[in-house]
Design a binder for this molecule. Structure first.
Ligand code: PLP
Length: 450
């Protein structure tokens, strides 16, 4: 085998298959993995990665695959992006940890300043940093409860907020996230999602009545005065890239404000330029009280945040929030590099351009193959939903078949959805347009082979 290349944007930006997928080197590692790694932690792709950058992943056999996954919307700035990798190297050489609660450092403050600048709204903000998305969501709920002295939290059908105990309770889907992992945290109330394709009566009825139905349920079954927070992904992630109809999020924000309810926007997947704005809420000018971020924030290093109104965030007593590793200095250095990259390279604009290239081809695909019931998303957060033609009956088997055909042909394609029938596309925002077009051609071939 040839020497393993370094990652980063210098990698040849091409698809190149030299073995079947997975090849012999990956198969050998898979066998080792099986006797060492817990079965509950599984992987979508059967190949082991040795380098990555721009829009490609290189595997242990030397195959170069086109990346339409970004490690689940994480490496939006690309893998080993220069500003990220350089700052990480530099910080690791200075110090790797002090614990911000023991002795602080500037980069943590600088990340919080960037969060205040970039998140929706020009009000006074504060942030706290954590390690994972789930931990950020847990803390957002803690803060909302503390600030309001209320307990109930309203979450939506198809929501995904993480895998810790409280966030499992907020997450809607049983398999694989919740099954036999209970009992779950209490005081969580679930309401229907404004899901245009699946709303009874269809998209127009959804736009007309979803908010009223949800507000009515909150009033009748919880009581507005008992609600600490409503938590929503402005575009749902794992649940199926569900985009609520125009006007829904602004109505929800107004409702929360009128009743002293903290609106938490979970922008962990949709944030940091993914949808063509810095945050998905920006599209309709929605200003949530708290925003949770993670995934795209630090180019792959583990970092997450809760950012929100100063009076809500600062309602918590000193030492009420924290954690040993939260806002680790190497992760903060990476975040500053990633955010600088997004601003300098206008990655929100790149996301919009990706949408302009992909959407027409996905719509054409839907015109050709009636198994595609819906094409949706915004910017570089796009998906197609597969059903039995002419019905709303989910077709997870066809979805898996298309995904597997993509993998075999060197395209990393991910699935999602409560019913496992959604193919989602999350390319790195720095992907070249040739690779993007080639990836779409592989997808088209996969549908042709159904
Ligand atoms: C991924 C995700 C989470 C959980 O983040 P982890 O870092 O995996 O804990 C929470 N909310 C949304 C919307 C996500 O996409």
């Amino acid at each position: 085998m040839s020497a393993i290349p370094a990652g980063g944007p210098g990698l040849p930006q091409r698809r190149h298959l030299v073995t079947e997928i997975p090849g012999p080197a990956s198969r050998q590692l898979l066998a080792r993995r099986e006797s060492a790694v817990a079965r509950g932690v599984s992987s979508i792709l059967p190949v082991f990665v040795t380098a990555a950058g721009g829009g490609v992943l290189i595997d242990a056999d030397g195959n170069s695959l086109i990346d339409f996954g970004s490690g689940i919307a994480v490496t939006s700035v690309g893998n080993s992006a220069p500003r990220v990798a350089d700052r990480v190297r530099e910080q690791a050489g200075q110090f790797t940890h002090t614990c911000f609660m023991v002795a602080p450092y500037e980069s943590y403050v600088a990340v919080c300043e960037e969060l205040a600048r970039r998140t929706p709204g020009s009000h006074e903000k504060r942030s706290a940093l954590f390690n994972s998305g789930a931990e950020a969501v847990e803390n957002a709920v803690k803060i909302a409860r503390h600030a309001t002295r209320r307990q109930a939290v309203v979450a939506f059908d198809h929501a995904y907020h993480g895998r810790t105990n409280l966030t499992m309770a907020l997450t809607a889907k049983n398999m694989p996230y919740k099954d036999k992992f209970g009992p779950f945290a209490s005081e969580i109330y679930r309401v229907p999602m404004a899901y245009p394709l699946r709303w009874p009566g269809g998209p127009e009825r959804c736009a007309a009545e979803a908010f009223d139905v949800i507000a009515g349920l909150i009033h009748a079954q919880v009581g507005e005065d008992n609600v600490a927070a409503v938590i929503i992904e402005p575009i749902q992630g794992e649940g199926g890239f569900v985009v609520p109809p125009a006007g829904f999020l602004p109505q929800l924000a107004e409702f929360c404000q009128a009743h002293g309810i903290v609106l938490i926007a979970d922008e962990i997947q949709s944030g940091f330029c993914r949808t063509g704005d810095w945050f998905a809420c920006d599209h309709e000018g929605v200003v949530p009280d708290l925003v949770t971020t993670a995934k795209g924030i630090a180019g792959g290093l583990p970092l997450a945040a809760v950012t929100g109104r100063a009076e809500i965030m600062d309602s918590v007593h000193p030492s009420g929030l924290g954690g040993t590793y939260g806002g680790n200095p190497v992760a903060c250095a990476a975040a500053l590099g990633a955010i600088e990259t997004m601003a300098a390279e206008d990655l929100a604009g790149r996301a919009r351009r990706i949408g302009e290239i992909m959407l027409p081809r996905l719509r054409k695909l839907a015109d050709t193959y009636p198994v595609i019931a819906d094409v949706r998303g915004r910017g570089a957060m796009l998906a197609v939903e597969l059903t039995r033609p002419g019905t709303l009956e989910p077709d997870p088997a066809a979805t898996q078949q298309v995904a597997k055909a993509c993998h075999a042909n060197g395209l990393v394609a991910l699935t999602c959805g409560t019913f496992g029938n959604v193919l989602r596309f999350l390319p790195p925002l720095v992907i070249g347009e040739d690779l993007l077009e080639e990836g779409l051609s592989i997808l088209e071939d996969a549908f042709a082979g159904l």
